[in-house]
Design a protein around this ligand. Structure first.
Ligand SMILES: CC(C)(COP(=O)(O)OP(=O)(O)OC[C@H]1O[C@@H](n2cnc3c(N)ncnc32)[C@H](O)[C@@H]1OP(=O)(O)O)[C@@H](O)C(=O)NCCC(=O)NCCS
Length: 367
């Protein structure tokens, strides 16, 4: 199938004042992206705001991210992204092609997916990864399982497209949602139980907004472990260097994007070092909150610190933002310890996210 002719408009932001044409382009890009998320998730989700995109364009210094608004015949039909970390030795880039529901089935998705993959290769990647939303397969759905063997997705349009391009489904993440009101009555008990198991060796701290200066180095060390310690199945990962300055950059970007972080850490009393942390990210009111990173350092696992920091953070959420009623999170299906904590808190599966990968050098079929 040959796609209609596509026009690719790069989304950029001037250093100083945001002029009207740039702002309009960004607003069209955001509206296009949100038509795709609304189609999959329903009205209330909307995963991008204009402020988030501007903040990422201006302050997302740790990665090169190229974004495009894609149009055909004067209509906005999709948006594409290719992104790669800037660190020396990085080999993995992320690509994403979204087509608005009304324009599907004309070859636009394939043309866009090929172009964003080529753009990822141009950034220097030897491996391209794509994260795509899928339904949890119903009984009569054709399903696909990842090479890791855990979890499943419905074999929908994006699964077929990616498989036909040579991408392997390596990992499935469970997307779960928490009804905060329903969870609230048991949070104190979860926290108390976790504290009792953790014992005297640990104390818990939580805050809203930027990380206090005395904890920044320790928190940066925990962030660096996220890529190496979280299960990644067959997905290649690049190590990341983190220090207090990088953490500050991330937190400045949150602020510019109007996203409020709530963070909780478990501190090892003897050393004063944070050994477990969790982050809730709150976009503007009316949208769900996102449960982002959670990590317990290997040497400190088995003391219920994961539950401790999550329950503590949810209690902080209830005190500061009682109006927030829904939280969404993503966990690898093979990550039983994390899923056990989330299930106990009341998170329920709502969708699946597929981690797809293609090694450009070795996976390319002979011409
Ligand atoms: C996946 C997506 C990009 C496809 O866009 P599209 O413009 O409809 O795609 P195309 O018309 O180019 O079709 C490409 C392939 O998708 C698959 N596909 C498209 N529509 C399909 C359908 N209704 N049922 C099953 N498979 C379908 C087929 O494999 C098709 O290849 P073929 O035409 O050679 O059979 C679009 O559905 C989308 O934006 N989904 C949400 C975002 C997403 O998941 N993006 C993919 C990750 S980057």
């Amino acid at each position: 199938m040959s796609a209609p002719e596509l026009e690719w408009t790069p989304i950029t932001v001037p250093e100083d004042d945001l002029d009207e044409p740039a702002l309009t382009r960004i607003a069209r890009y955001v509206a296009t992206a949100n038509r795709v998320t609304q189609h999959f998730w329903g009205d209330e989700r909307g995963d991008t705001s204009v402020e988030e995109v501007i903040a990422s364009l201006r302050l997302g210094e740790d990665a090169i991210t190229r974004r495009w608004l894609v149009s055909a015949g004067g209509r906005d039909v999709g948006r594409g992204i290719a992104s790669m970390g800037r660190e020396e030795g990085t080999s993995v880039a992320y690509a994403s092609a979204w087509v608005v529901p009304e324009e599907r089935g004309q070859g636009i998705g394939r043309a866009m997916a090929e172009r964003v993959e080529a753009e990822a290769a141009r950034l220097g990647a030897t491996t391209v990864q794509v994260w795509a939303d899928h339904r949890i397969p119903a009984d009569d759905d054709a399903a696909m399982s990842p090479r890791s063997g855990t979890g499943a997705i419905a074999a929908d349009a994006s699964a077929r497209l990616l498989a036909s391009m040579g991408y392997a489904l390596e990992q499935v993440e469970r997307v779960s949602e928490l009804d905060v009101e329903a969870a609230r009555p048991s949070l104190e008990a979860h926290r108390a139980d976790a504290l009792a198991h953790a014992g005297e060796a640990y104390e818990v701290r939580s805050w809203q907004g930027p990380t206090p200066p005395e904890l920044q180095e320790g928190m940066a060390a925990l962030y660096a472990r996220m890529v190496t310690d979280a299960p990644s199945a067959g997905l290649e990962t690049d190590e990341e260097q983190w220090d207090a300055a990088r953490l500050q950059r991330v937190e400045r970007q949150y602020e510019a994007a109007h996203q409020t972080p709530l963070q909780a850490v478990a501190l090892h009393r003897e050393s004063g070092v944070p050994v477990a942390f969790t982050v809730l990210l709150l976009p503007e009111p009316g949208r769900p909150a996102f449960q982002e990173e959670t990590l317990v350092l290997t040497d400190h696992r088995g003391h219920r610190l994961g539950m401790l920091v999550k329950a503590e953070n949810l209690l902080l959420l209830g005190r500061l933002h009682p109006d927030r009623t829904r939280i969404i999170t993503w966990n690898a299906e093979e990550n039983r310890p994390m899923l056990r904590v989330n299930e106990a808190l009341g998170f329920r599966p709502v969708a699946a996210e597929g981690g797809w990968q293609r090694r450009l050098v070795t996976d390319r079929s002979p011409e």
